[in-house]
Design a protein. Sequence first.
Length: 253
Amino acid sequence: MTRPNARPALLALALGAAAAGPVAAQEAPGAAQAAEHYAGIAADADVSLAEPLVQGTSESGDNPWACASCHGAQGEGAETVPRLAGLPAGYIVKQLHDYASGARKNENMQYVVARLDDNEMAALGAYYSELVAPASAAPSLGGDMALGRKLALEGAWGVDMPSCFSCHGPAGWGVEQAFPPIAGQHAAYINTQLANWKSGRRANAPVRLMHAVAAVMSSDDMAAVSDYLASLPPVQPAGEQAIPVSARETEDE
């Protein structure tokens, strides 16, 4: 059974980081407050700026690429390219800024963001946060689904590994701006990111929460939880967010 106080404690750790003092403030740009900050900016963004970037139809010719060419016409993603549809606007904008600053590494994305201004990043966050796409992920790594379910719902407290859902919500559909949906995300993408956090290649999670989680995960753990999360329904449009049975079962345990 999931520790009843795990999620509040971890959320308090992340969301209270800036108020904890000078040391915690130095965690930026991985601080949870950054996503909330960018969400406020995205709320006022001109979403019409996103369309030519997504479709690659800019008349200026400054962007010889299209977001849709990698992330799909509906933001559905594929394999190691993440699903963007339904991710929080603040989270998306923060990741774009992290690519721009070098806090998050990916040559393709760093090439893209070098050609974006702040208004365009905010517009893309707003655009993808409102996009709805059907499920397109599926288990693909040969992971142990039973183990993946256990780690997602219960964690492994013997090695201080909290459950995925203790931070990312009871259905894996995210919490506020800093904790994105992970249910329905592509298995290869999740697995790659866990490996990157463990190796230190990715180092932009709020107050290093994901770094600590990945550090105690084996390659089998990563494959298992990645495949399990890929088997779940992605975040649904407002008004249709019923908790999947796999997550709801824990309420009675």
